[in-house]
Design a protein around this ligand. Structure first.
Ligand SMILES: *Cc1c(COP(=O)(O)O)cnc(C)c1O
Length: 218
């Protein structure tokens, strides 16, 4: 058996240095313990992503001496978790419907918060993924920008698993173009297996999990 272990500081620096100016690295720490997060924060990493509220809260509590950390929610957000996520997270990458966005706006007003939001868009048919369809997003746009206590900063997308590298790059390009069209600065796109393609066509946030936390070594 080989253990899954964190990359070392030099490897981390190599990735950081390879990112163009304006591209931020989100370390997706779901499934990894607070000690791994602490170690990575010791390398200078500030932004961490989690996909389940129940998993994130105890880890955040253990790490609350690290005041510089910023927490990003990246998982499917269920209605009954909205209040908890708004209280615990600074960014939500996975706002996948108008009804969810309206709920976030309403609860954010009650909690006097203004979370930074990415709208998740589904550019291809994919039964496994949630997200706005491009047409629906465009049709709802005037309604969306009128919502209070939400800071809309960008779009997020995850390509269907079956795409090849060229098809993924096309999809990432579409996401960048739509964000530009809507006047949104950020695109959260690119994971361990496709972040280079995403960065080439304008990602501003890449979300890396196993690349940082789970590199196999014998
Ligand atoms: C788990 C996860 C990631 C990180 O995936 P890796 O392939 O391990 O880099 C990124 N984004 C989302 C939404 C995730 O759920």
């Amino acid at each position: 058996m080989v253990d899954l272990i964190l990359i070392d500081f030099n490897e981390f620096e190599t990735i950081q240095n390879s990112l163009p100016l304006g591209v931020s690295l989100l370390a997706v720490s779901k499934g990894h313990d607070q000690e791994s997060i602490r170690k990575l924060s010791g390398y200078g990493q500030i932004d961490f992503g989690e996909s389940r509220l129940q998993e994130a809260v105890p880890k955040k509590n253990e790490l609350n001496d690290l005041e510089q950390l910023r927490w990003h929610f990246v998982g499917t957000l269920q209605k009954n978790k909205v209040r908890g996520v708004i209280k615990e997270f600074d960014f939500i990458h996975s706002v996948d419907s108008l009804s969810l966005l309206e709920r976030i706006s309403r609860i954010s007003q009650e909690e006097q918060k203004t979370p930074n939001l990415f709208l998740q868009v589904k550019f291809r048919h994919d039964p496994k993924k949630c997200g706005f369809l491009k047409e629906d997003l465009l049709n709802s746009w005037s309604k969306i920008i009128a919502l209070k206590n939400v800071n809309l900063i960008g779009l997020m997308t995850i390509p269907p698993i079956a795409l090849n590298s060229y098809q993924r790059k096309d999809l990432f390009c579409e996401c960048r173009n739509l964000a530009n069209h809507l006047g949104l600065k950020d695109c959260s796109m690119g994971m361990t297996n496709d972040w280079k393609e995403a960065v080439e066509v304008g990602a501003t946030w890449i979300r890396l999990g196993s690349f940082l936390f789970g590199k196999r070594r014998t």
